[in-house]
Design a protein around this ligand. Structure first.
Ligand code: PEP
Ligand code: MN
Length: 338
């Protein structure tokens, strides 16, 4: 449930309500808006139903939330969440943010070369996997910590913010030290222990939708991170499994406006993994921006045939550059910037 306070509620009235909820053994999450404060109640709420919180001074309304997620919902926070990932990059504001780079970090030189190119085209975040979730145990598994160091070097050279995937709790500290955004991959969307741990940090999190998960399940996974106190969460549509075989997954473009209506969290689209084909990355990126995405994450490689992973869906830097031009026009057409 959420407790909506009156616009004129005093600090001591608000503290009193919070204290009462804590005494009942429940946790609170407080959203202080310009107009009014809203308290989210976390825990087994039934106990509050028999406590007449409505009669507390300063309380305007007590709203039961029927949705299973609360903190991620627009009922809890009406305004869009804007995440500051550092270096002047804000995700969820008017400007559509583009994250780009190779699927996997390969060599330092290659990474820096790609970073310089995507930056020149207008990307503001560099992507690159150091820990790779590969279907085959015999496929390239990523460079691990060495890859994180190359990412940090690329940031030093270009000023781009960094996003990389975290697969294992044991790597949380080292990943936090090197990058600006932690990616939770599709295969780990429901790794609840991982979600709880990233929820204890304040690091921005890019949470990818599982390939067989609903939007509701994605929001429940985000709720795990928010409930830990980390509100810097962005949600990523990266394609789901359907019966269609002409693309690697099926990009659920409608998920963009659906999530936007349900949640205040920024929505990012990954057209590379969604389609698995470089020729479809452009059209799907344009569609994503038109549908209201707050950002895109796109795989770029100067030599896709030689890429250690996902070459078939990686754009040449020149094609990425051209796409950025198209995206600028689409963004402008829907009242955004890029
Ligand atoms: C990736 O971004 O490199 C990746 C593996 O994505 P996903 O988890 O969406 O498959
Ligand atoms: Mn990939």
């Amino acid at each position: 449930m959420i407790i909506v306070l009156r616009p004129d509620a005093t600090k001591s009235q608000i503290d009193h309500v919070i204290e009462r909820i804590h005494k009942l053994g429940l946790k609170t999450m407080v959203s202080r808006g310009v107009e009014r404060t809203i308290i989210g109640v976390i825990g087994e709420e039934d106990i509050v139903r028999i406590q007449p919180l409505e009669v507390f001074p300063g309380v305007e309304r007590v709203v039961p939330i029927l949705k299973p997620y609360k903190l991620a919902s627009r009922d809890f926070q009406k305004n869009d969440t804007v995440i500051d990932v550092g270096g002047g990059v804000k995700i969820g504001a008017k400007r559509v943010v583009v994250m780009a780079g190779p699927c996997s970090v390969e060599t330092e030189r290659l990474l820096i070369d790609i970073a310089k190119k995507v930056k020149a085209s207008g990307a503001s975040v560099l992507r690159g996997g150091a820990y790779k979730p590969r279907t085959s145990p015999y496929a390239f598994q990523g460079l691990g910590e060495k890859g994180l160091k190359y990412l940090a070097k690329a940031k030093e050279e270009t000023g781009l913010a960094l996003v990389t995937e975290l697969m294992d709790l044991r790597d949380l500290d080292v990943v936090c030290r090197h990058v600006d955004i932690i990616q939770i991959g599709a295969r780990n969307m429901q790794n609840f222990n991982l979600l709880k741990e990233v929820g204890r940090t304040k690091k921005p999190v890019l949470l990818k939708r599982g390939m067989a998960n609903t939007v509701k399940e994605l929001l429940m996974s985000a709720e795990y991170i928010l409930a830990g106190g980390n509100f810097n969460v962005m949600l990523c549509e990266r394609g789901i499994r359907t019966f269609e075989e002409s693309t690697r997954f099926t990009l659920d473009i409608a998920a963009v406006p659906v999530i936007d209506a349900l949640s205040h969290l920024p929505v990012i689209v990954d057209p590379s993994h969604a389609t698995g084909r470089w020729g479809l990355v452009g059209p799907c990126s344009r569609a994503a921006v038109a549908a209201g995405a707050d950002g895109l994450i796109i795989e770029v490689h100067p030599n896709p045939e030689e890429a250690l992973s996902d070459g078939e869906q990686s754009l040449y830097p020149e094609n990425f550059d051209r796409l950025m031009g198209d995206l600028r026009a689409v963004a402008e057409a829907v009242g955004r910037e890029l």
